[in-house]
Design a protein around this ligand. Structure first.
Ligand SMILES: C[S@@+](CC[C@H](N)C(=O)[O-])C[C@H]1O[C@@H](n2cnc3c(N)ncnc32)[C@H](O)[C@@H]1O
Length: 186
């Protein structure tokens, strides 16, 4: 009998979890840059950041936090920061961070335009080219010289690409394939 209750309760929480998650994703679709997770391909993509102890890694538009949660577990001696403008996604990410007890990770509810990115030497993002171009050009002098910037799926727009020529790498996870674009800031 108790086992049945536990099973029903677990099922209830799983259903609630998926309903809440779907609602958050649907809500974000209404925004300029929607939340579109990079599937599990990020696991391969972030290898190109060549993360080391002492690095400071930023995910611009960290979504539901999956990229950084994975990375923070894998590299416990590295500091990871996510900035995200969608408050619901930030609450969700912070919750996951707590569940996994990750002290090397933080999430901030802020637009990247208002966030100082000068301390980071590795940056990951999955944003639309026109948007990332605008943000990066505005923050050009703030980004560390030699910082590695990875863009999943989209290369940056023409302005930033004119200054920093990317190297394109294919990424594959299971039967999903995509590309990442790696920039070294000059
Ligand atoms: C395509 S999703 C990528 C999510 C995550 N990085 C991943 O790879 O799974 C882009 C995210 O950027 C966020 N975003 C869009 N504009 C932003 C801004 N100005 N500042 C911070 N986050 C932003 C969106 O809310 C969305 O969650």
């Amino acid at each position: 009998m108790i086992l049945t209750y536990i099973l029903i309760l677990t099922l209830f929480f799983i259903i609630i979890f998926f309903i809440v998650r779907t609602a958050i994703v649907a809500f974000s679709m209404l925004t300029e840059v929607p939340f579109l997770p990079s599937g599990k391909l990020y696991k391969e993509a972030i290898k190109h950041l060549k993360i080391e102890k002492g690095d400071k890694v930023l995910d611009i538009g960290s979504g539901d936090g999956r990229v950084l949660i994975y990375a923070a577990k894998k590299y416990p001696k590295t500091e990871f920061v996510g900035v995200e403008r969608n408050s619901l996604l930030v609450i969700y990410s912070k919750l996951l961070k707590r569940v996994f007890g990750l002290s090397n990770l933080s999430f901030h509810h802020i637009k990247v335009e208002d966030f100082d990115i000068s301390e980071f030497n590795k940056i990951y993002m999955y944003l639309l080219p026109e948007f990332s171009d605008k943000v990066l050009m505005n923050k050009k002098d703030e980004i560390k010289k030699g910082a590695v910037i990875l863009s999943f799926h989209f290369p940056f727009g023409s302005k930033f690409t004119a200054i920093n020529n990317p190297t394109k790498y294919p990424v594959k996870y299971g039967n999903r394939k995509d590309n990442i674009y790696k920039y070294i800031n000059k």
